[in-house]
Design a protein around this ligand. Sequence first.
Ligand SMILES: *[C@@H]1O[C@H](CO)[C@@H](O)[C@H](O)[C@H]1NC(C)=O
Ligand SMILES: *[C@@H]1O[C@H](CO)[C@@H](O)[C@H](O)[C@H]1NC(C)=O
Ligand SMILES: *[C@@H]1O[C@H](CO)[C@@H](O)[C@H](O)[C@H]1NC(C)=O
Ligand SMILES: *[C@@H]1O[C@H](CO)[C@@H](O)[C@H](O)[C@H]1NC(C)=O
Ligand SMILES: *[C@@H]1O[C@H](CO)[C@@H](O)[C@H](O)[C@H]1NC(C)=O
Ligand SMILES: *[C@@H]1O[C@H](CO)[C@@H](O)[C@H](O)[C@H]1NC(C)=O
Ligand SMILES: *[C@@H]1O[C@H](CO)[C@@H](O)[C@H](O)[C@H]1NC(C)=O
Length: 542
Amino acid sequence: MSSQYFTFIFFILFFLFHFHSFESFPLTTSSRWIINDSGDRVKLACINWPGHLHVMIPEGLNKKPMKDIVNDIYNVMGFNCVRLTWATYMYTRYSNVTVSESLDRWNLSVVKEGVAKNNPEVLEMSVVEAQNVVVDEIGKGKMMVVLDNHVSLPEWCCGENDGNGFFGDEFFDPQEWVMGLVAVARRYNGNPSVVAMSIRNELRGPRQNMTTWYDYMQQGGAAIHHANPNILVIFSGLSYDTNLGFLKTQPITNNLDNKLVFESHWYSFGQPYDNWIHQTNEYCANVTKLFMDQSGFLLLHDSENRFPVFLSEFGLDQRGGNEMENRYFVCLLATVAEIDIDWGLWQLPGSYMLREGRVDTEDVYGMYDFMWDKVRNSTMVDRLRFIQTKIQNVNDGQCNQTSYVLYHPLSGQCVEASHLLLMTDCQHASHWTHERDGGLIQQTSTTHCLTTVKQGMAPVMSHQDDCSTPESFWNVVSSSKHHLASKDSEGNNLCLEVDPFTLEIVTNKCLCLDDDLRDVLKCDDNPQSQWLKLIPINKIDQ
Ligand SMILES: *[C@@H]1O[C@H](CO)[C@@H](O)[C@H](O)[C@H]1NC(C)=O
Ligand SMILES: *[C@@H]1O[C@H](CO)[C@@H](O)[C@H](O)[C@H]1NC(C)=O
Ligand SMILES: *[C@@H]1O[C@H](CO)[C@@H](O)[C@H](O)[C@H]1NC(C)=O
Ligand SMILES: *[C@@H]1O[C@H](CO)[C@@H](O)[C@H](O)[C@H]1NC(C)=O
Ligand SMILES: *[C@@H]1O[C@H](CO)[C@@H](O)[C@H](O)[C@H]1NC(C)=O
Ligand SMILES: *[C@@H]1O[C@H](CO)[C@@H](O)[C@H](O)[C@H]1NC(C)=O
Ligand SMILES: *[C@@H]1O[C@H](CO)[C@@H](O)[C@H](O)[C@H]1NC(C)=O
């Protein structure tokens, strides 16, 4: 009796401890949405936390206690999920190696001192056990974990010919890969922190082949689903996870009992600097179209073949020193908000224990600074806040999608109409209706409309009677579709603009657009101060 009683108490405590945070476990898919058992949408807003390099433990355990890292990810940075990367060999060859042995093997004595200081309990654990305690810690921190098979041989990823790129490459034996996937799926079966596994990162290289892709991806996916039917299974495309376009002609028919999700990456690597700088509007339009054609189409596809797409990597030098990357990032934010896709930013670490031969090496794509002490750039946290929220609920018809926020991706803020127009965080911003291009932008539940006064001045909210002149009619212009233009009383085109420093809203001459509001061929301004976008919204949480 009393033992039953204690079992009961234990069970209750276990539930309170473990489950109240997991409104999310288990997850399934419904069309393009990821949902929980009540049918509510669960949005993945993840940070990538690499654990697939030589030492085979999550980075940073030498810099900070894992509990504090987890606390920062959730409470300071605002993510609800971690994409934790791992290497196949960690499970198939080195699962009994201890953290201590692994550090010694690479002569990482200083790093080892750091681990001994910050996370001493992991030193004598095997690398697999160490991963497991980090996973549990993330769960206790109320976040979800996506386990991502990143490479086979533990090392920095991804090179064209690094032997980790495609089935049959030097280190990429398909059978061993499946064994590793099954081992992970089994270990975390029943662990509510782990909501998904992505089965291989950035397939690439000269061996890429669609036939092989279909064979092995379905084999790997089925093996995971069999070993752990609760978790989502995530398939990546070809060419470094940028191309799923082949699914248009040859769709995957087995959706693993509504557990199948696709993933995609979107970076600016290798893109022409001049196009980004001098043709920002048109180049943004081009890369956005490419993303939608090759991956995003799965969200909008005919209804049978719609799937969730997880934008599992994107990122930039967070110091803001690379202007091409800065423009790319703002371009990407506009689309991520508009389609309200699930996503994961690359990446958490401010430093790596050992990467490409360098010990304790800095990474400026990291949310953390080098010491894992503070966030590298708090502006980043502000800019991510809107896309970290659920913007849209499960809804496919979009029939009643009449409400918008007016979003400025450069600052990550939205417009609020009180007696003045102000920029504010998007959760507290005004909602608007805009029934057609060229029509009014009205604040919902009012009859007030947004109206241009003159160049260099703030627009105003007009009363209904004053909403019938061209100053109140707004068109989406430029090939980027990111500018909103109306006319002043003399018939000149003006665009909405937000001063990036003072956050004052004005209307001004449209940047980088000609008199017909088409993109000019070469422009020396940055038009992104004028990127204001109506983002459909039917849900903002938090
Ligand atoms: C699903 O998510 C909603 C919203 O977050 C939450 O209220 C609900 O309890 C969750 N349902 C389950 C079964 O976890
Ligand atoms: C790890 O140790 C266990 C128990 O001794 C053994 O069964 C297993 O084969 C070992 N795994 C590896 C990868 O060496
Ligand atoms: C570690 O140090 C030993 C002794 O100095 C050396 O023989 C070995 O090559 C080193 N290993 C690595 C991975 O650097
Ligand atoms: C892909 O692999 C299959 C089977 O190995 C082979 O028949 C086919 O020719 C390959 N296709 C390409 C485009 O390499
Ligand atoms: C955008 O794509 C079009 C069509 O492919 C091309 O003609 C144009 O040069 C591209 N623009 C830029 C800025 O790269
Ligand atoms: C943070 O990022 C912004 C935007 O890119 C940049 O202007 C700023 O200089 C960065 N600040 C730091 C401290 O790196
Ligand atoms: C749209 O709204 C109307 C009226 O509020 C409602 O009757 C209808 O069911 C809604 N349609 C959808 C698809 O939600």
